[in-house]
Design a protein around this ligand. Structure first.
Ligand SMILES: NC(=O)c1ccc[n+]([C@@H]2O[C@H](COP(=O)([O-])OP(=O)(O)OC[C@H]3O[C@@H](n4cnc5c(N)ncnc54)[C@H](O)[C@@H]3O)[C@@H](O)[C@H]2O)c1
Length: 382
């Protein structure tokens, strides 16, 4: 099995999640490549975090606080970076220009200018795999939906709805963190935080956003600052976008609603996708991750059917196919897709490929237009 030496920058929530997926790589049965964590980097890791990494990964030879040291390490072939958004521009450009394969967290730049700079670095340093993190399309039911899109199952598509909903910010006593600060999270607010997840399937399907009307909301305006006082909550909590989409297959337009919400009562971490067409329709939500709702229309009765999709991901595993699939599994599948591309230069299947820099760039065009739309009360070109 080919080994790829792997460095992780940012040892927070996501850095640890990705490392855990590497730790149980033996879960995957037919992969041809294996990541080996050789280096980790964090400027201010949570207490005990470095020890968690070094205790669980004896292969780690370098622990550093300055990402440039990790990039200078010849024993690192590929990098994952999960740091706050204001750092994406500088660090992502440096990682790409170091000539290593790179999986970067969304939104892939805090704003469009940062994303443009990251794309310029890719053009300047071609030849390596650069991808944007977005794991939920690796859910087996969604992989099946991709298959139906490719086969033209839906007929003429006339409506698509996607979204990503969180509820924890409904609690006004939740302390502020960097995702509520414009200078660290960016002007996009919730769109930068959750938006790429909701764009991945429509963009991979090839549907083209043309114009957008957005309504953005700031609901909780201040939060405890963790030091006994209150701090302003500057970012958009919720965003609802109505997008005029073109389906190049049919040449027809359809409305796409994209909802990203930090304040969606009762929704812990709900990612959903609905596609409606003249011959077929699907509905999927992570609220019920096995359940694929399907309607196939041939002129007879219009009947919704429910299929339980088990553990049938793109990259095969030891888990029996009757069992349930979850968040850590989607992360591991995404990582398998990244390393598969790094080793073979192309994805296992079109649906089992990580989000590309071009797809991330399209999300930036959409969110930038959405900001203008909300500000001016206008419909904006994407
Ligand atoms: N794919 C997903 O489902 C998902 C979920 C959550 C967050 N994210 C994304 O992951 C990224 C990080 O989010 P998180 O929730 O893991 O954040 P986090 O705050 O938990 O962790 C970020 C880490 O980066 C470190 N860091 C800060 N400055 C640094 C520097 N100069 N050099 C090295 N390390 C530095 C911090 O000390 C911290 O440990 C963001 O882009 C976020 O949007 C993705």
């Amino acid at each position: 099995m080919k080994e790829i030496r792997f460095g992780i920058i940012g040892l927070g929530l996501m850095g640890r999640e990705l490392a855990s997926a590497v730790a149980r790589w033996c879960h995957l049965t037919d992969v041809t490549v294996r990541p080996v964590i050789t280096a980790i980097c964090d400027k201010a890791p949570p207490p005990g975090r470095v020890e968690w990494f070094t205790a669980n990964f004896p292969t780690i030879r370098q622990v550093c606080a300055d990402y440039r040291e990790l990039l200078a390490n010849p024993d690192v072939d590929a990098v994952y970076c999960a740091v706050p958004h204001h750092l994406h521009r500088e660090m992502y450009c440096a990682i790409i220009e170091s000539g290593k394969h790179f999986l970067g967290e969304k939104p892939f730049g805090m704003d469009r200018a940062a994303n443009d700079a990251i794309l310029a670095s890719i053009r300047k340093t071609p030849g390596k795999i650069v991808r944007c993190s977005s794991q939920l399309p690796f859910t087996p039911a969604v992989q099946k939906i991709f298959g139906r899109i490719e086969k033209g199952f839906f007929g003429r598509i006339f409506e698509v709805n996607t979204g990503f909903l969180h509820s924890s910010d409904l609690n006004p006593n939740k302390a502020i963190n960097w995702k509520r600060m414009v200078k660290i999270n960016g002007e996009y607010g919730v769109m930068g935080d959750l938006g790429m997840h909701a764009c991945h399937v429509p963009f991979r399907a090839g549907w083209q956003p043309r114009r957008v009307r957005a309504v953005l909301s700031k609901i909780v305006k201040e939060r405890p600052d963790g030091k006994g006082g209150m701090a302003p909550c500057e970012t958009w909590d919720n965003a609802t976008l109505l997008v005029d989409m073109l389906d190049p297959r049919s040449g027809e337009a359809f409305p796409w609603t994209l909802r990203t919400q930090r304040i969606a009562p009762g929704e812990k971490n709900t990612w959903y996708l609905e596609i409606y067409g003249t011959r077929g329709a699907v509905k999927f939500s992570t609220k019920n991750p096995k359940r694929l709702n399907l309607l196939e229309y041939d002129g007879g009765e219009q009947v919704w059917q429910q299929e339980d999709v088990g553990f049938e991901p793109a990259f095969k595993t030891i888990t029996g196919d009757i069992f349930e699939f979850g968040f850590p599994d989607a992360i591991q599948q995404m990582l398998a897709a990244f390393f598969h591309e790094a080793a073979h230069g192309k994805p296992l299947t079109p649906a089992a490929g990580c989000a590309t820099p071009e797809e991330a760039a399209l999300s930036h065009r959409l969110f930038t237009a959405a900001l203008a739309s909300h500000k001016n009360g206008t419909t904006e070109p994407v």
